[in-house]
Design a protein. Structure first.
Length: 667
């Protein structure tokens, strides 16, 4: 109401846009409001500049102008879909703001600057009002919510660790890994709001990112330990020795006790693990090599878990004292890049361009006075639901609630508002609908239905002058909105809609392509960087696998196994030069691994026996090399790759005669 009052006071053309913006930007978390406000202002300014530039240049060629605005919307949508953070909305808004400004003024392009300026003023006013209210009236910081999510992720990690070392059921393992992967991706997205938060938590952003990296590293570690323990239970009669069980019990007690940041306890655990680690011999049996891998992963688990708790302690201290020095993390590193699907982004932007162009063609051919509203709605809806596998699933309910909002809009435009002559009476008239709707909009369970109702009523109020409304113009505008939504749904169905199975395959193939080219990368990606991207794919893949009709390569898919293979390949790349100096070449192995992942979509993940022989040959060669830290790391990585790619293969046999594969051979 503050936004509406100020908009009315300064005489803005469409004061209800300010009210609508205040509702959209509003969020219970003040940090999220500020974040959305900054991105929305930049997006609105960019879209306004684009409209001011394009409309006067092409006003005499409506076909070219329509195409130019459609291409601008498509380009901005494409960029926004590649940036999977809250910042993506800035690019999306840049696109459809140009449509919101440009299409209504094509009949009078001389007013484009005034309309664009008014649009920026309306949006800015709504944003400023929402930001002030949420920052001053019962402000709610992002800090407690983010800390709660961090603590939930730490708790889920601890539970998975306990389930793994205590040998609980497979169903519990699956549940734990799904929860943790989801927690980590959600934390990364939520942390983008930190620079705008009102609490001291914004000074701890480096420690939060470091904690997210440590939690990401826990996922492949715990899944690898789970697999090695299961392997040893099948290999060794009676299972692991009593000493192994005692050490794992000590680790479990240490993590459950709440004293995880004690360096003394960690040193003791390192010593126990080192005493259990077998020596790597030329003729080492498979069980000993698996134990080497298990011991290494247990040591990494202790180190990573200790880092998680130390960082959590730093964050707590930073909250209580903003002068507290936080650990420097990732200084100079580029931001993490989550999964990007260029093809799907291009399909979405192309469908949006075609939908907008179709609306404009119908508008030009029929000279429909309200045709611009149809093109505008096609642009907005094509953008808003482009992130869904099947956008039509979201567009249909939106259209339904827009239709349901028509009677409410009619009551306001044709009945109530013509009788309003001051702001006090306007507030009394608008309050019943907008206050009740605001309650439902703030609840996640009802926000999906409240938003289109708000959009329908506020859009009708903004698109039509309420002082000279009539039934003909009102009906025209409503029909134009519904037509634009219907055309957006039609072309999204024809050009963009995909099912869960299609998306799941795309995610899998993206991971396989990355692994196929890993050994040719200029720089070996860090554990945190690779874990972040591949865990993001795991989080995207899990719900789609549940919905997909499982067949072929989806039957036995294990995205975490691919993640572990990628990390092990990265470890081999780091030690290959030292091993080459000892006479051990891994080039044939990398070529075979690349060929395996490159051909995997066609072979549906079928075992490649030549690759298995190459892994075993490399393992024999490394075991026969002189003792070194690089040899230990290489054996650990090779055992992990063998288990992850060939979990059902016969046990590795240590042969004394080793004939390395010819250089350059590949599967």
């Amino acid at each position: 109401m503050l936004a509406l009052y100020l908009a009315e006071s300064i005489g803005l053309q469409r004061p209800f846009w300010a009210l609508t913006t205040a509702y959209i930007v509003s969020n219970p978390l003040a940090g999220a409001v500020r974040s959305k406000a900054a991105y929305r202002i930049i997006g609105t300014l960019t879209g306004s500049v684009a409209a001011v530039f394009l409309v006067p240049q092409l006003a005499n060629s409506p076909e070219l102008l329509s195409l130019a605005l459609a291409l601008w919307v498509g380009f901005c949508l494409f960029v926004s879909l590649l940036d999977r953070t809250p910042r993506a909305y800035m690019f999306m808004l840049s696109g459809y703001t140009a449509a919101l400004i440009g299409f209504p003024v094509v009949t009078d392009p001389t007013t484009i600057f005034d309309v664009a300026l008014a649009r920026v003023e309306e949006i800015t006013l709504g944003i400023v009002c929402a930001t002030l209210v949420h920052s001053l009236v019962f402000p709610r910081s992002l800090g407690p919510v983010l800390l709660m999510r961090l603590d939930n992720a730490i708790r889920d990690s601890r539970q998975w660790l306990y389930d793994t070392l205590a040998n609980t059921t497979m169903e519990e393992h699956e549940r734990d890994r799904r929860k943790l992967a989801s927690d980590i991706t959600e934390l990364r997205l939520m942390a983008t709001h930190l620079p705008f938060d009102i609490s001291n938590l914004r000074w701890t952003s480096r420690a939060i990112h470091a904690l997210q990296d440590s939690l990401s590293a826990m996922v492949p570690l715990l899944s690898a330990i789970d697999d090695r323990l299961e392997t040893l239970r099948h290999i060794e009669k009676g299972g692991l020795s009593q000493r192994w069980r005692e050490v794992m019990g000590d680790i479990t007690k240490w993590t459950q006790s709440g004293e995880s940041k004690s360096p003394k306890d960690m040193t003791h655990l390192y010593q126990e693990i080192a005493e259990l680690t077998p020596q790597i011999r030329r003729d080492a049996p498979w069980s000993e090599l698996v134990k080497v891998n298990l011991a290494t992963r247990l040591g990494a688990l202790v180190e990573t878990w200790g880092a998680c708790l130390r960082l959590r302690s730093h964050i707590g201290e930073g909250l209580s004292d903003d002068s507290h020095v936080m650990p420097q993390h990732a200084a100079g590193e580029k931001p993490y890049v989550l999964h990007r699907d260029y093809r799907l982004a291009l399909m979405s932007s192309f469908a949006a361009v075609v939908a907008i162009t179709a609306c404009c063609a119908f508008w030009i051919a029929t000279a429909w006075p309200a045709g611009g509203s149809a093109a505008t709605m096609a642009a907005v809806l094509s953008c808003l639901y482009a992130t869904q596998d099947d956008p039509v699933v979201g567009i249909k309910p939106f259209m339904t609630y827009i239709a349901l909002s028509v009677p409410i809009s009619a009551i306001y435009i044709l009945g109530a508002l013509p009788a309003v002559h001051n702001f006090e009476s306007l507030a009394l008239v608008m309050a019943p609908f907008f206050l009740v709707l605001g309650i439902f909009l703030a609840r996640p369970a009802t926000a999906g239905r409240a938003m289109p109702l708000l959009f329908g009523v506020a859009g009708a109020l903004s698109l039509q002058g309420t002082d000279h409304a009539d039934i003909v113009s009102f009906t025209n505008n409503i029909l134009a909105q519904l037509t634009g939504i219907a055309i957006a749904a039609l072309f999204m169905r024809l050009l963009r809609s995909v099912d869960a199975e299609w998306t799941a395959r795309r995610l899998l193939h993206a991971g396989w392509r990355e692994l196929a080219t890993l050994h040719t990368a200029e720089q070996v990606p860090s554990v945190g960087r690779m874990s972040a991207r591949m865990l993001d794919r795991v989080g995207l893949l899990t719900p789609r696998l549940a919905m997909a009709d499982r067949s072929n390569d989806l039957d036995a898919v294990d995205a975490l196994a691919d993640l572990r293979v990628g990390l092990n390949m990265g470890q081999l790349l780091l030690v290959q030069s030292k091993l080459a100096g000892d006479g051990v070449s891994l080039q044939s192995l990398f070529q075979n691994l690349s060929a395996h992942f490159r051909e995997r979509p066609q072979h549906h993940g079928a075992p490649d026996l030549l690759l298995l022989e190459c892994i075993d040959g490399s393992l024999r060669a490394v075991c026969a090399a002189p003792d070194s830290e690089e040899k230990f790391k290489a054996v650990t990585a090779l055992v992990g790759i063998r288990r992850d790619l060939f979990p059902d293969a016969a046990a590795y046999q240590a042969q004394y005669e080793f004939a390395p594969l010819p250089e350059g051979s590949a599967a």
